[in-house]
Design a protein around this ligand. Structure first.
Ligand SMILES: Cc1cc2nc3c(=O)[nH]c(=O)nc-3n(C[C@H](O)[C@H](O)[C@H](O)COP(=O)(O)O)c2cc1C
Length: 457
């Protein structure tokens, strides 16, 4: 059989993910695997329609497609996302329809599930027969049993094609509204009180998203910063070259103005992303901004700030994207102040939401209101902490210095308070009498400290 591998690594052939594909290739020599370096060559594919169509032709002639990609900032790399956008723009979805598909990623398991949900959703939208995802840790290939599982997964995918196995859809098609937002005048513009607000927008002129951004701007008494990401000098997506890892300086530093622009926002108190839903995310331009921010490695870059989103499109149908938005805020140690969409289809309702959002941005910022993180931020931090401590210590030297200086290596074994208490209690319950006594008291005793706070604070 002919299998097309759509390689999502910006590094092209010099990629960890491709080694997994080559390993599979070696184990199944009876099949032909053609690797196309989508993310590496996306600028070429964008410029040269013939080349793009040749790629699509390869997909069309194949029996199955492997979406093979590294995780990049909660999703796939912006270059890969751009290719997915082009499939729709160029009207070539037919080449994918009815084809068997699967997804293979390599990563450190940080939001690998959101990337897989996204790709699975794209396959469902394209009418592909999606078989299964496989999320490998980037180093799994070194472990015998992990390699065995990888071969089993790949074999099952190939068999599914041969047997023409039945497949399910997991994601319902997105329903888009056709409403045109007509902004009204703000009744009581909010005083920014010196709070610095920056909007980073990827919007078409006169679109709902553009009008929402404009209306948001007018919700304040003073002027706020609004940048169209199309005007920001970004020559390309993150290359994954890791040249930034020692001292947070991007390899593009002399080639474009991204780093300077990003750093110029360091004194912003509020950062809002504005854009439209494109496939099952925001635009690849916004994703490019996120990926390029990786020159900061795993260092949280919005500590104590407010962040938010202004979105045109069916966000309420995209739980995955909503999760990413919250996770992005929590991982950068910011507060997700709000998300406003045009889904209500009611202009006055959107005006009211934008006014309320503007007021919240200022209030939350002034009150230094940062909500506690959920599982997304708490769990995500632990993954980064462990990785920077050991496996990623090299090359991410800048991360290590930051984590050390800011007490981010908060391993539980450092928490002597709980360790001492647990040690004493464990010793105590070795005595059967004490064990029974502690059992009868555990519920009430556990609560005492909490009750004291309620009574005294
Ligand atoms: C810019 C960038 C962003 C990344 N983002 C994530 C991420 O969000 N989650 C994760 O688990 N790993 C992330 N990684 C790690 C890569 O996914 C991982 O190293 C992968 O194996 C690289 O594969 P490749 O060599 O095929 O590009 C990121 C790496 C880079 C360079």
């Amino acid at each position: 059989m002919k299998i097309t591998v759509l390689n999502g690594s910006p590094k092209g052939e010099i990629s960890v993910t491709v080694q997994y594909i080559k390993f599979i290739q070696k184990k199944f020599p009876e099949h032909e695997f053609e690797i196309i370096n989508i993310a590496h060559d996306v600028l070429k594919l964008e410029k040269d329609k013939k080349e793009f169509l040749q790629t699509i032709e390869i997909v069309k002639k194949s029996d199955g497609v492997i979406w093979a990609f590294p995780l990049y900032v909660f999703l796939v790399a912006s270059q890969y996302k751009r290719f997915i956008e082009m499939i729709g723009e160029q009207g070539v979805t037919g080449a994918f329809e009815g084809k068997y598909a699967c997804a293979l990623s390599t990563s450190i398991h940080f939001f690998d599930h959101t990337a897989h949900n996204y790709i699975h959703g794209i396959c469902d939208d394209l009418g592909m027969k999606f078989v299964e995802s496989f999320s490998a840790d980037m180093d799994d290939i070194f472990i015998d049993d992990k390699r065995r599982i990888l071969i089993k997964w790949a074999g099952d995918f190939l068999q599914a094609i041969q047997k023409q196995a039945p497949t399910n859809k997991s994601y319902a098609p997105l329903q888009y509204g056709s409403f045109t937002y007509k902004p009204g005048k703000p009744a009581n513009p909010v005083d920014t009180g010196g709070i610095k607000i920056r909007v980073l927008a990827d919007v078409e002129e006169k679109s709902n998203a553009a009008n929402m951004v404009d209306r948001f701007r007018k919700a304040f008494k003073q002027d706020i910063e609004v940048f169209n990401l199309r005007d920001i000098d970004m020559k390309g997506g993150c290359l994954g070259c890791l040249q930034c890892a020692f001292d947070n300086v991007c390899v593009y530093r002399d080639k474009d103005g991204f780093m300077e622009f990003f750093n110029s926002g360091s004194d912003s108190d509020v950062i809002i992303f504005a854009g439209v839903i494109k496939d099952r995310f925001l635009s690849s331009r916004i994703k490019m901004f996120w990926d390029r921010s990786f020159f900061n490695g795993h260092i949280p870059t919005r500590i104590g700030k407010q962040v938010g989103y202004i979105v045109s499109g069916p966000l309420s149908q995209l739980a995955n994207l909503q999760e990413i938005m919250l996770a992005q805020a929590e991982m950068s140690e910011a507060n997700l102040a709000g998300v406003v969409t045009d889904e209500s289809g009611d202009s006055s309702q959107i005006d009211a939401l934008l006014d309320d959002f503007a007021a919240k941005c200022v209030d939350y910022s002034q009150q230094k209101y940062i909500k506690p993180s959920t599982f997304l931020g708490v769990g995500g931090h632990k993954i980064f902490r462990d990785q920077i401590w050991s496996r990623l210590r090299f090359p991410f030297d800048a991360d290590y210095r930051f984590y050390e200086a800011h007490g981010m290596f908060d391993f539980p074994q450092n928490d002597t308070r709980y360790l001492e208490f647990s040690g004493q209690m464990i010793k105590m319950i070795q005595d059967p009498k004490m064990r029974e006594m502690v059992r009868t008291m555990i519920k009430t005793e556990m609560l005492k400290g909490y009750q004291k706070v309620v009574e005294t604070k």
